[in-house]
Design a protein around this ligand. Structure first.
Ligand SMILES: C[S@@+](CC[C@H](N)C(=O)[O-])C[C@H]1O[C@@H](n2cnc3c(N)ncnc32)[C@H](O)[C@@H]1O
Length: 390
């Protein structure tokens, strides 16, 4: 395996897995895109092994720390099994969950979601692109799945100079696919839905927030296919309003109500832009006991953070206008550039001009099938707070 010398302090055992071009000191000639390389520090000590890609500023992506190791079939199978074991500490095997969360599972550039009895995979690095056959083989051997679908259509692929595509790799499934998870049925549009079809990162938070729903008037902002809404209805909510811009997602939300035998009359689905609809709702003079705010990422760029925070503050200001006294709001940010401190500061900015007290009841994070690791701070991306209006 060829060696790349990098500028890294001796004693650092777990550097960030992306070795940027600017940190590379020596590089062998004629190295193929996606090749595996050994990383050494200035003293010649081994830092780890990774994938090389000259087409991106993330020139090496580490997949192994402290040793030289090829990701051959056995190693990929071993890492998938290890990740599965970790998930089983939290989830029943029949459930749907994220099986592989890229750098967190030391499989950089690989996402695998278990969706019902099959898998949806996404490959986001040139090196992992070369491991596709091993990945498919390992999934077949370990799980005997009904299907494996590849949905490699991300911005990350563009960065790596890879074409976007989606394709059935193995078996068969009916789209949308019906899954049973957290005690409820959901239809998942694998082919045309967002991400891999279902937001598995909110699994644990849906169960947590459902505890507040009994007898309550709830509002599910940015609802997608309404997984929060369905949990609220199941837990005895008096009424649920769901808003999303995607007609396709809302259609599935209605079907999700039906397949769970829930009372459709308790659900009001509103298609449109949340920012506009919130202003309309204010005119209706309804107040909500429980609100979920789960917007998409506001920006991928750090330099656009200030604007994103302004938008975030306005959004919260509108939300507090329609939250009933003693009501509960769970608000989330999946924007990398916005951390938990920014989230709290935004809320305190809203508090300053109000005549009620906003209390913090609880912090929420991404579901444990998206493990957070400290060598890769970006792995901590979903931040949430449960707030009360007193
Ligand atoms: C993070 S997802 C929400 C996931 C959802 N809470 C769940 O548990 O499945 C964000 C959603 O926001 C929707 N969206 C994006 N921009 C929007 C806007 N301006 N107004 C309304 N919905 C929007 C997207 O269609 C997507 O369904």
């Amino acid at each position: 395996m060829k060696k790349i010398k990098i500028n890294i302090s001796e004693g650092i055992k777990f550097p960030h897995p992306y070795i940027l071009k600017s940190r590379i000191l020596e590089i062998p000639v004629n190295m193929e895109k996606g090749a595996e390389v050994t990383l050494i520090n200035k003293q010649g000590k081994i830092v780890g092994t990774g994938f090389y890609n000259p087409d991106t500023y993330k020139t090496v992506r580490i997949h192994t720390y402290g040793e030289v190791k090829f990701l051959d079939y056995k190693e990929i199978e071993k890492r998938i099994k290890k990740a599965f074991k970790k998930r089983k500490e939290f989830f029943n095997e029949e459930e749907s969950f994220r099986l592989i969360f890229s750098e967190s599972d030391l499989l950089t550039g690989l996402i695998i979601d278990k969706i019902g009895k099959g898998f949806v995979i996404q490959i986001n690095s040139a090196g992992m692109e070369k491991k596709r056959e091993f990945i498919i083989k390992a999934l077949k051997e370990i799980f005997e799945p009904e299907f494996i679908y590849e949905k490699s259509d991300s911005f990350a692929r563009k960065e790596e100079g890879l074409e976007n595509f989606k394709k059935l790799l193995f078996g068969n499934f009916k789209n949308p696919c019906e899954i049973f998870t957290e005690g409820l049925y959901f239809l998942v549009d694998i082919e045309n839905g967002q991400k891999t079809g279902f937001f598995l990162d909110q699994k644990s938070n849906r169960l947590e927030m459902a505890k507040y729903a009994k007898g309550k008037v709830c509002l599910d902002l940015f609802s997608y296919t309404g997984a929060f809404s369905i949990h609220f209805l199941k837990n005895g909510a008096e009424k649920v309003f769901a808003i999303d811009i995607s007609e396709r997602a809302l259609k599935l939300l209605k079907e999700n109500t039906r397949i769970n035998n829930l009372d459709e009359r308790k659900l009001t689905v509103i298609e449109g832009d949340v920012f506009e609809k919130l202003r309309e709702i204010k005119q209706w003079k309804i107040e909500f006991d429980l609100i979920i705010n789960d917007p998409p990422s506001f920006t991928h760029k750090k330099r656009k953070k200030e604007n994103a925070l302004k938008g975030y503050k306005n959004l919260h200001s509108e939300i507090f206008d329609i939250l009933k006294g003693k009501g509960i709001l769970a608000t989330f940010s999946c924007t990398h550039a916005i951390d938990i401190k920014d989230l709290i500061e935004t809320i305190s900015g809203v508090q300053k001009s109000r005549d009620f007290v906003i209390g913090l009841k609880k912090f929420l994070f991404q579901s444990p099938c998206h493990p957070i690791v400290f060598y890769f701070p970006e792995s901590f991306y979903l931040k949430g707070v449960v707030l009360s209006k007193d």
